[in-house]
Ligand binder design. Structure first.
Ligand code: FES
Length: 574
């Protein structure tokens, strides 16, 4: 049970016979509810990020209605409330810049409101981690249900998913896809309601919530508009009432054990690199730190089992047909600590045994077995070295394997404006062995680590058929993107990391298998180079708060004052 909050935490406000209770009931009755639907019932908040400014969340109203049905079925009183919402395509400078603000909104609304438990309805990438972070800190019983993936589209007679945007965009840039086709693509890229339909950040984070026991097992991959997702929403409402009655809080579910499970699951499905940051932020709220070296070891010892887009050829619906998240955990066998709690309140072991007959599915290539994995280890490689003393990450399952051990000359870009101005310059001194470096785009420098780490291949190389190169930055990349892309280099250049000292022509050495990223330049020469000036601190508003308190990616880019004051790094204690 939570020890996190010191503030009052229940919905008894509607039962008291004093003047406050009278007023609470009077206002609810004024909203058209009878006294019997208010008194003596667990009050379940439904925290929703529905917003017309967030199309990926447009299905959440329908789901909220279904959650309410479930809450009422179980004898509770459902009360829906909004928070800010973060849409990847619209928010500037980045949604990560505002993730902590949303987490604060979620935490304060849960804490301040007279509710006994909360259902978290989110969808687009940052909404799910923001809700989990806020709920973890609020310390009331909580369960999540994500918006669910949208349907697969069709283009040029083939299935179309969001990750197809990157190669199609290159074809348009190259003149292979004319403007009429490009316009046709605009009309069919997003074929309906729901979140991105591959293992991007939104679905990855929903899978993490499910693995942590913060969502019902099997709920993540149900299609956004399916009847099954509606039924899962009703079940989530019923479960929230049960949680309110049991008093179990997020710290009962988010433990060192379940965090290890979540990270291994992330590796097994080849999920989004963004999840590494979000998982540290969620863990940090409850006193846990996964740590780069522990994550590197877990990744090395976890096979990649899911062969779905963007890393593999199969669709999310194929993974769902193979049994979804429970099947992934089942196939990981002893690598998963099944004493951790699932979202039903059973241990994963109890849940997997009870439901084993439902996973008796025929061979499905979208989900392999541990004996016949897509890769024997390491969807993600966590790197350290002289260029990234505090770490960096690369999704090796989505990279050209030839580039995972590579030595090349740096071609350096200082920020996005410089990149956009020069990347397609015919006179740019670059070849296919070069290493493209982008800096000034980290948590501070971006600000908010924009998803620009997948630098475009220079046009003159693309026209020669080059499709992948080693690219390094202190930015992030979309969970739908691929390539030999080293991300989250820490410390970032704006915080004085060595990335700030790289010059054109310097030799950079990447060895993903050994977990190394090094700058092959004499330290004495580096000491002579002037560091990049730090960005000017903003003086007002959220920008000033952000600048003063944002942490680096190994700390989950949370605000320092929101992270638990007593952190235990994974492996340091049982
Ligand atoms: Fe919203 Fe992908 S852009 S889920």
């Amino acid at each position: 049970m939570s020890q996190n909050s010191t503030r009052p935490q229940n919905g008894d406000a509607f039962n008291a016979d004093d003047r406050d209770g009278f007023l609470h009931r009077a206002f609810m009755r004024g909203a058209g509810r009878g006294e019997e639907s208010i008194r003596e019932r667990p009050v379940i908040g439904i925290c929703t990020s529905w917003s017309e400014l967030n199309p990926c969340n447009s299905g959440l109203r329908r789901l909220a209605e279904a959650v309410k049905r479930g809450v009422i079925q179980a004898g509770g009183l459902p009360l829906e409330f909004p928070t800010i919402s973060l849409a990847e395509p619209f928010i500037r400078p980045t949604t990560l810049y505002l993730r902590n603000l949303m987490a604060m909104d979620v935490e304060e609304m849960i804490t301040a409101s007279p509710i006994d438990a909360v259902v978290l309805l989110g969808g687009c990438d940052k909404t799910v981690p923001a809700q989990l972070m806020g709920a973890a800190s609020a310390g009331k019983p909580a369960i999540a249900l994500a918006a669910g993936p949208r349907a697969t589209g069709r283009f040029e007679g083939k299935p179309l998913t969001i990750d197809d945007l990157w190669p199609l965009s290159d074809r348009h840039r190259n003149g292979e896809l004319d403007d009429a086709k490009w316009s046709e693509l605009e009309g069919c890229l997003i074929p309906g309601v729901g979140t991105c339909n591959v293992l991007g950040t939104a679905v990855t984070m929903a899978l993490i919530a499910e693995t942590l026991g913060m969502a019902l097992p099997g709920s993540t991959l149900l299609p956004a508009t399916s009847a099954a997702r509606g039924a899962a929403a009703e079940a989530t409402g019923r479960r929230a009432v049960a949680l309110a009655r049991s008093g179990q809080t997020p710290d009962d579910f988010i433990t060192s054990t379940s965090l290890e499970n979540a990270f291994r699951m992330l590796c097994a499905v080849g999920g989004s690199t963004n999840a590494v940051i979000h998982l540290e932020a969620i863990a940090g709220r409850l006193g846990h730190r996964l740590g780069l070296d522990t994550m590197a070891e877990w990744s090395r010892t976890t096979p990649v089992l899911a062969d779905v887009r963007p890393s593999g050829p199969y669709l999310l619906e194929d993974l769902q047909d193979a049994g979804g998240l429970p099947a992934v955990l089942d196939r990981l066998g002893d690598l998963i600590r099944t004493d951790a709690l699932s979202g039903t309140g059973e241990s994963w072991s109890e849940f997997l045994v009870r439901t084993s007959s439902t996973r008796d599915t025929p061979h499905n290539p979208a989900l392999r077995t541990a004996d016949d994995p897509v890769f024997a280890s390491g969807a993600l490689a966590l790197l350290r070295g002289s260029l990234a003393p505090d770490g960096a990450v690369i999704k090796v399952s989505a990279a050209d394997p030839r580039l995972l051990s590579h030595r090349g000359r740096a071609v350096v870009f200082d920020g996005l404006a410089d990149l956009n101005a020069r990347i397609d310059d015919p006179d740019l001194d670059v070849d296919e062995d070069s290493v493209l470096v982008l800096r000034g785009v980290g948590p501070l420098g971006g600000p908010g680590m924009p998803e620009v780490g997948q630098l475009p291949i220079p046009k003159k190389l693309m026209s020669k058929g080059v499709t992948d190169m080693v690219r390094i930055s202190d930015a992030r990349m979309s969970g739908t993107a691929t390539g030999a892309v080293v991300l989250h280099v820490a410390p970032e250049s704006a915080a004085g990391g060595p990335l700030a000292l790289v010059q054109d022509g310097d030799v950079i050495v990447l060895d993903a298998t050994a977990g190394r990223l090094d700058l092959d330049v004499d330290p004495a020469e580096l000491a002579r180079r002037a560091p990049t000036p730090a960005p000017t601190p903003p003086t007002r508003g959220f920008a000033a708060l952000y600048h003063r308190h944002i942490t680096q990616s190994p700390q989950g880019c949370d605000f320092d004052f929101l992270t638990s004051t007593s952190l235990t790094t994974q492996g340091e204690s049982s």
